[in-house]
Design a protein around this ligand. Structure first.
Ligand SMILES: [Ca+2]
Ligand SMILES: [Ca+2]
Ligand SMILES: [Ca+2]
Length: 265
């Protein structure tokens, strides 16, 4: 069952509003979802929600898991793997329905990624993290339990076709001593300049105002803007809870570098 609630707060100096539409989830629930809408005169749009429940907590994410939803995900971590100094630390799913004690302890000691009533949020189930490298010299292939990397990095979403009505949920932005974090919306897939940038510390985007650091959840929205690339850059702890967007129903190639097949927005 999904429970939606809406929280709206106007943002000064910004053409957008933050709309908190927070999905709830529990382990094992089928996560991704899609609905379609069309009329005789409008292109067919599909609405997608990726809440990372399609796979078990602990699953490593290579980036093409949601290709059928027209998106590819990649990562450039701020620290590389211990065993291969060129390789980025990987993306992984972390179970945020966890607590500080008992049998349901948060993995990796990451209590700051816990969600639920105690933190003023819906339970978010699996969330997307950059995995810490807790490997030992004798086995560099085992990175340990799901545990977000303390130095963050950049997670990039490339959309096969332009999307609109994007909403993105972000958890636990608190490492401000390491610098600001950013969410950037790009019109074109290879654009160098962002069409819109948000500071991750934005309190206007907070879902749970009593938690501005650890366990904070923020929702960012690109209303009325068509984009083809999204970057989430953060300097420390954090996770992506979900992504919602509408996309013209794919009809073209699956070459991620291609121009969008349609500009009908
Ligand atoms: Ca989730
Ligand atoms: Ca961690
Ligand atoms: Ca934290």
């Amino acid at each position: 069952m999904r429970i939606f609630f809406v929280l709206m707060s106007a943002i000064a100096l910004s053409p957008t509003l933050m709309i908190a539409s927070s999905p709830s989830a529990s382990a094992g629930q089928l996560g991704g979802s899609a609905t379609s809408s069309s009329s005789a005169t409008e292109p067919l749009f599909e609405s997608f929600m990726i809440d990372f429940e399609d796979f078990a907590a602990g699953t490593y994410i290579v980036g093409d898991e949601w290709a059928q939803y027209g998106v590819n995900i990649s990562v450039d971590s701020n620290r590389n793997l211990k065993g291969d100094k060129q390789e980025s630390r990987p993306l992984r799913l972390f179970d945020s329905n966890c607590s500080t004690q008992g049998s349901n302890k948060c993995s990796g000691g990451d209590y700051d990624l816990a969600t639920g009533d105690a933190f003023g949020t819906e339970e978010q189930g699996n969330v997307l993290i950059i995995q810490e490298d807790n490997s030992k010299r004798k086995d560099r292939s085992n990175l340990g339990n799901p545990d977000d990397d303390a130095r963050g990095g950049t997670i990039t979403f490339r959309f096969e076709q332009a999307i609109k009505d994007l909403k993105l949920g972000f958890l636990d932005f608190d490492d401000r001593d390491r610098g600001e974090g950013f969410i950037r919306f790009y019109t074109g897939i290879d654009d160098t300049d962002a069409a819109m940038t948000f500071n991750l510390s934005s309190v206007e985007a907070l879902v749970n105002p009593d938690f501005t650091g650890d366990n904070s959840m923020r929702i960012f929205a690109s209303l009325d803007m068509a984009i083809q690339r999204l970057e989430v850059e953060y300097p420390g702890s954090g996770a992506i809870t979900h992504l919602e967007y509408s996309q013209i129903a794919p009809g073209g190639s699956r070459n991620w570098g291609d121009s969008p097949d349609s500009h009908m927005f």
